[in-house]
Design a protein around this ligand. Structure first.
Ligand SMILES: [Zn+2]
Length: 267
């Protein structure tokens, strides 16, 4: 099975053996550019505890990754955040304030500020990253058309700061490395790299044969797992992605989906 903790371990070891250097997103924003690098980014959308497993694997190999936490209870788990900080990783805020406040910029920026201050009690947060909020008509990134990251002491937002023509973007959205065009509604990146992968083993083969890009941001959500829960999450993601896909063309389904999402995340 793909997208398990064991597969993750194999992927990380393959990259390490191929001499990729792992940098945090904050380091990238500060201009650090090794010859071959990976920015390992984890969006903690759900199953926060699972993040600790990934973080431990990385730490045992001397790797620092970047973890973006949401303000919802499924992500914002005190012990998890503290543990990940103690494992020497970067912490950032996975914001969704504009969609939570239905497009009200004043309320959104107020809550953004408050939530950022909260996450800074764990770590001196310098970077933020939007949550896709596929249920909402509001794109969280639009906040930065009206406000500036610098005013909040921030140095980067992946979808604003990274040159994805140079840095290859790879995401596991929808439990497939090539699923983002179909399933992701916002966290899509268009770039000049004409390569795509379906399974993690294909990525591993590409790294081993020197065909994997030299500079890359890999987004791995914290739902990779070896336990039976994995199957449940897989099915849920499978259903969710299909509903998401249908709701783009059907207003009634979109309404039902939006309501269900808000109840689930308690927003
Ligand atoms: Zn997210």
């Amino acid at each position: 099975m793909d997208f398990t903790i064991k597969t993750y371990e194999k992927l990380v070891d393959t990259l390490v053996n191929a001499d990729y250097e792992f940098i945090t997103f904050e380091q990238y924003c500060n201009g650090i550019r090794p010859h071959k690098f990976i920015i390992m980014r984890h969006d903690v959308d759900d199953l926060a505890k699972n993040a600790v497993k990934l973080a431990t694997i990385e730490n045992s190999r001397g790797i620092r990754a970047t973890y973006f936490f949401r303000i919802v209870p499924q992500s914002d788990v005190k012990e998890v955040i503290n543990r990940i900080v103690s494992l020497n990783h970067e912490i950032g805020y996975h914001y969704e304030d504009l969609s939570i406040h239905n497009g009200n910029y004043e309320k959104a920026i107020e809550s953004f500020k408050e939530n950022l201050t909260y996450f800074r009690t764990y770590y001196p947060v310098k970077t933020v990253c939007m949550h896709g909020s596929s249920y909402s008509e509001y794109d969280n990134r639009l906040l930065w058309q009206k406000y500036s990251l610098q005013d909040f002491g921030l140095i980067g937002e992946p979808y604003i700061t990274v040159d994805f023509d140079k840095v290859y973007y790879l995401t596991d959205t929808g439990y497939a490395w090539d699923g983002s065009n179909k399933y992701a509604t916002r966290d899509i990146v268009k770039n000049r790299h004409n390569i795509s992968f379906h399974s993690t083993n294909q990525i591993i083969d590409a790294v081993n044969s020197g065909k994997f890009p030299m500079q890359s941001m890999i987004l791995i959500h914290t739902v990779w797992s070896d336990n039976p829960l994995h199957l449940f999450v897989n099915i849920r993601e499978f259903v969710r992605n299909r509903v998401k896909y249908i709701s783009r063309h059907n207003k009634f389904i979109a309404f039902l989906y939006n309501t269900a999402v808000k109840v689930y995340w308690r927003i």
